[in-house]
Each structure stands twice: as structure tokens, then as C-alpha cells.
Write a protein that binds this ligand. Structure first.
Ligand SMILES: Nc1ncnc2c1ncn2[C@@H]1O[C@H](COP(=O)(O)OP(=O)(O)OP(=O)(O)O)[C@@H](O)[C@H]1O
Ligand SMILES: O=c1[nH]c(=O)c2[nH+]cn([C@@H]3O[C@H](COP(=O)(O)O)[C@@H](O)[C@H]3O)c2[nH]1
Ligand SMILES: NC(=O)CC[C@H](N)C(=O)O
Ligand SMILES: [Mg+2]
Length: 501
């Protein structure tokens, strides 16, 4: 078993899933958890938001003294090992996102070219290594990007667990098999059958409602729970007035075509929009939406005499809401996790809570769900409310719906929809000056965003051909009333997030 010690990194669970991908079992613990060392074959220390030289920064676990096996320490983990073993860490200039590093020969870099782009996310840096350590990678700005003592410790300043680190998966498998000499003995089918068994046990002969959005996660959750409890499942789709153009009709149609399950559609447009009126703070908006969702589900639950609510929550929702541990920083409250009200009458069942998007897609494939559902772009539960920046009004929603529709349609027309992970339009809360038909115009700005990602935890902006962007921009400024300017977002995550709020 590989033990991952979670120092609050956004990517801690990504480390475990990378290990699962290698068919090796892995568990996550917090630094002050008790651990049975007899089961542990390797230890990985994650990154984290704190700085090691802060007084109350999280320390090495107590059991670490006794542990004598191999250690892979990432980012904060690296800085912690360096400091504890007598080296030095200082505030640096910081490296964020794609960074070029030069690698030396080492078992952990076997089969990897000398120069690779890795994903960084740190402000502190190692300025002096402890005795017995030597650098095995240096970044383009001269920062020590990796080091080892050649015996037990491998330290990486960058994140091998994120998709955008080239050969990151190879570094992890090198660590598992080259350094630690572990064996493969774990599979995804095991996981699905285990989940179905667990849902049967939890819900038993009782009824449950499932929050269905028509998206990937809730559709997979629906099929999974349906396998476990059959007709006792009622799916509830909420139209909160923050949906995209034609979305409600589309979801109903696809659902009826592919699934033999009960579906209730609730028209809650008025109540959501009323609650959101005048609210501009992104976190407030998210909390309001999270709470309102639950109130709607509670009302439906009463009608059907139900005590369980199934949600398609996945791990990235949990981690960004900072619901995974004490040290993790809150990035944003996902409506279905951090946005939940404190008091609620329903018991939550979230079978996908520990999985990442692409793992959910694999589970969906294993369950026989059609590709066109599985390959849909993600759409956030708070919907267009987090894409109309600032106050949400009917007028702005309508503008955004049209702009978004045109962008997506243009991508589809050029066979580009499946080439990006997620694409959408954002309506900015500002107007800008333009000239239309020789007259001055003063109209809204729309930002287009398209990203490539695997699990949404990191992302890079998609290099969509300029001609496609050009076509979308022309159509939007021509056809959508009130929009005078279109821009394309070229920021990666980090430092930005995928959504703008
Ligand atoms: N309009 C909605 N009606 C009912 N439930 C919803 C709605 N929107 C979101 N949810 C619930 O919130 C959960 C999280 O939403 P999220 O958008 O992350 O997942 P999804 O819609 O299932 O998949 P995707 O990420 O592909 O859009 C959903 O799985 C679902 O349970
Ligand atoms: O169901 C959801 N409820 C939310 O509150 C929420 N916020 C962001 N997202 C989606 O999550 C992925 C990562 O988004 P960010 O980079 O913006 O955090 C992207 O795919 C986002 O669309 C949400 N999904
Ligand atoms: N991602 C990390 O682990 C960052 C570590 C530390 N907070 C830094 O900024 O350097
Ligand atoms: Mg969704």
C-alpha cells in the first residue's frame, strides 16, 4: 500500500488516483492521523498551501521517525523534508503553471527526455539542500526542481500527479516500480461492484431521490444507484432558470431516450432568480444556489416520502470547496458541497465522491452509458449564474445564452467540440466602447473560454484555430444584441480557475 500524506494540496487525491491507475492500492491520511506502518510500502508527501517556515505550519507525522521506507515528497512535501533535514527554504519569485526543467539521470526519470515541461505551483523555493542530497532537475529560472539522496528520498518541486506535467505518470510509475519495486493488484471493475454493494447496504428497501442535471456525473450516479435499488429511485431535474439555451428540453429528451427510470422536472426559475437578485459576491451566489437546490429537493422528497438524496458529487467539487481536510484552502464553494446549508433533512448519498471526472467517465463506460452522454462537456450546477459575473439578471442571462449557444455551435460545426474538454462564454460586468454602423456603441464584453484538461484540477487554454474563434466572434457581435466586443481567455489553471467565479 502507498500512503499519501495530505498537506492540503489541491492535488492530493490526484496522487492516489495516479497510483490506482497503476493498479496499486493507495490511501490518503492527514499528517496527524495514526498509521499502521506494517502495511505501508511507500510514502508520498503532498503539496500544500502553507509555508514551511511559518510557525504553525504542518509538520512531518509523528510516525515518520520510525518509518524507514522510500519517500516521494512533492512541493510542500519537498520543502518540509529539506527544512527538517537541515536544508533551507525561502520565499522565492514563484513559478506557476507550465515550466521547462532539465533533468539529470536518475531511476525516477528513466525513459524521460532530458528537457520536459512540468506544472509548477509554488511561491517558496529550496535554496540549500540538506547534506547527502544532490539536485536532479533544475528549472529554466534556475530553481532546484528535484533532488534525491539516492537512497530513500525523492523530492520534486513540481507536480508529477497533474496531467499537464509531461511524463508525470512515468515519474510516478518509475517511483512505484523502479524505486519501490511494488506489484500491480487492483482494478476499476472491483470498484464499481463494491459501490453497488455499498449503495444497496445504505439505502436498503427505502426510496431515494437523485439530483439529476443531465451531466456526466449525475447520469453515471443515476445508473449506478438504479442498478442497486431499481424502481425506488426518483430522478429530479431542477430548472433554476440558469440553464443554457434549450437545455431543459434536451435533458428530458435524452433521458427518456436512454434510461428507463422515473424523472420529475421541477420549474424553480422564479425562486432562484428572486433569491439572487442584487447579489454580486461569487461565494454568496454559490451559497444561495446550494441552499435553494436543497430546499427544492426537500420539497420533492416530502412528496415521495423519501429520506435519501443522491448527488453526483465528484472529488474536484469536494476539494475546491475545502471539504477534504483542515489544511486545504477554499477555492470556491461548489453548490453541492461547500454551498450546502448547515441544516438539511435529507441523508446524502454520493457514490462518486472519491472519483475524478475521467474515472467517472470510465465507470460510466463500464456501466454501458452511451458516449454522447459520457463525453458531454461539464456544466456547473450553479449554471450561468457563475458565468454572468456580478449581478444575475434575466437580461444578462438571455445575452449569455445566445452567445454561449453560438460559440458551442461554431465548435461543433468545425468538429472541435470533442477536441476541447470544456468550452463556454462568460458575460463580463462591464461595457466597452465600439463603433457600429458609424455610430458609437457602448455594449457588453463577452469572454470565450475553452480548456483542455483531464479531470478539471489543472487546465490549459485550448489553442483553438483563429478562424474558428473569428467566426464565433463575428457571429456573436452581429447576432447577439447588447454585445460589442469578444475576447478569448488565455489563462491556465493555475493561476486562474476554469470558471470565472
Ligand atoms: N439542474 C440540476 N438539477 C438537479 N440536480 C443538479 C442540477 N445541477 C446539478 N445538480 C446536482 O449537482 C451535482 C453536481 O453538479 P455537476 O455539474 O458537478 O455534475 P453533473 O452535472 O452531474 O456533471 P457535469 O460535471 O458533467 O456537468 C450533480 O451531479 C447533480 O447531482
Ligand atoms: O457542479 C458544479 N458545481 C459548482 O459549483 C462548480 N463550480 C465549478 N464547477 C466545474 O468544476 C470544474 C472546475 O472548475 P473551476 O476550475 O472553475 O473550479 C469545471 O468543469 C467547472 O465547470 C462546478 N461544478
Ligand atoms: N503547491 C505547494 O505545495 C506550494 C507550497 C508552498 N505553499 C509554496 O508556495 O511554495
Ligand atoms: Mg453539471
Amino acid at each position: 500500500m502507498v500512503l499519501v500524506v495530505d498537506y492540503g494540496s489541491q492535488y492530493s487525491r490526484l496522487i492516489t488516483r495516479r497510483i490506482r491507475e497503476n493498479e496499486v492500492y493507495s490511501e490518503v491520511v492527514f499528517p496527524d492521523d495514526k498509521v499502521d506502518l506494517s502495511k505501508v510500502d511507500a510514502v508520498i508527501l503532498s503539496g500544500g498551501p502553507r509555508s514551511v517556515y511559518e510557525e504553525d505550519a504542518p509538520k512531518l507525522p509523528e510516525w515518520f521517525q520510525e518509518y524507514k521506507g522510500p519517500v516521494l515528497a512533492i512541493c510542500y512535501g519537498m520543502q518540509l523534508i529539506v527544512k527538517e533535514l537541515g536544508g533551507e527554504v525561502r520565499r522565492g519569485r514563484g513559478e506557476y503553471g507550465r515550466t521547462l526543467v532539465e533533468l539529470s539521470r536518475d531511476p525516477i526519470f528513466e525513459g524521460i527526455p532530458e528537457k520536459v515541461h512540468v506544472w509548477m505551483s509554488h511561491g517558496d523555493e529550496v535554496v540549500r539542500l540538506p547534506e547527502g542530497f544532490h539536485p536532479i532537475a533544475v528549472s529554466e529560472t534556475g530553481v532546484i526542481a528535484a533532488a534525491t539522496d539516492g537512497k530513500r528520498f525523492w523530492l520534486l518541486q513540481f507536480h508529477p500527479e497533474v496531467h499537464h506535467t509531461e511524463y508525470g505518470d512515468r515519474m510516478i510509475s518509475n517511483f512505484l516500480f523502479n524505486v519501490c519495486k511494488l506489484e500491480k493488484n487492483w482494478k476499476i471493475g472491483d470498484l464499481v461492484e463494491e459501490k453497488i454493494r455499498h449503495i444497496k447496504e445504505t439505502i436498503g428497501n427505502k426510496k431515494a431521490i437523485l439530483a439529476l442535471s443531465g451531466g456526466v456525473d449525475s447520469s453515471v450516479a443515476a445508473v449506478l444507484v438504479h442498478r442497486a435499488i431499481g424502481k425506488n429511485l426518483v430522478c429530479v431535474f431542477v430548472d433554476h432558470g440558469l440553464l443554457r439555451k434549450n437545455e431543459r428540453e434536451e435533458v428530458e429528451r435524452v433521458f427518456k431516450e436512454h434510461f428507463d427510470m422515473n424523472l420529475v422536472v421541477v420549474d424553480a426559475r422564479k425562486r432562484f432568480l428572486e433569491k439572487l437578485r442584487g447579489v454580486t459576491d461569487p461565494e454568496k451566489k454559490r451559497k444561495i444556489i446550494g441552499e435553494e437546490f436543497i430546499r427544492v429537493f426537500e420539497e420533492e422528497a416530502k412528496k415521495h416520502d423519501v429520506e435519501f438524496l443522491v448527488q453526483g458529487t465528484i472529488y474536484s467539487d469536494v476539494i475546491e470547496s475545502a471539504a477534504s481536510g483542515k489544511t486545504t484552502a477554499k477555492i470556491k464553494s461548489h453548490h453541492n458541497v461547500g454551498g450546502l446549508p448547515e441544516k438539511m433533512n435529507l441523508k446524502l448519498v454520493e457514490p462518486l465522491r472519491d472519483l475524478f471526472k475521467d474515472e467517472v467517465r470510465k465507470v460510466g463506460k463500464y456501466l454501458g452509458i452511451p458516449d454522447r452522454i459520457i463525453n458531454r462537456h461539464p456544466f456547473p450546477g450553479p449554471g450561468l449564474a457563475v458565468r454572468v459575473l456580478g449581478e444575475v439578471t434575466e437580461e444578462k442571462l438571455e445575452i449569455l445564452r445566445e452567445a454561449d449557444y453560438i460559440f458551442i455551435e461554431t465548435l461543433r460545426k468545425h468538429d472541435y467540440y470533442d477536441k476541447v474538454w470544456q468550452a463556454f462564454a462568460v458575460l463580463l460586468p462591464i461595457k466597452s466602447v465600439g463603433v457600429k454602423g458609424d455610430a458609437r456603441a457602448y455594449e457588453y464584453v463577452v469572454a470565450l473560454r475553452a480548456v483542455n484538461s483531464v479531470e478539471g484540477m489543472t487546465a490549459d487554454w485550448s489553442r483553438i484555430p483563429h478562424d474558428i474563434l473569428d467566426e464565433a466572434a463575428r457571429r456573436i457581435t452581429r447576432e447577439v444584441k447588447g454585445v460589442g466586443r469578444v475576447v478569448y481567455d488565455i489563462t491556465s489553471k493555475p493561476p486562474a480557475t476554469i470558471e470565472w467565479e
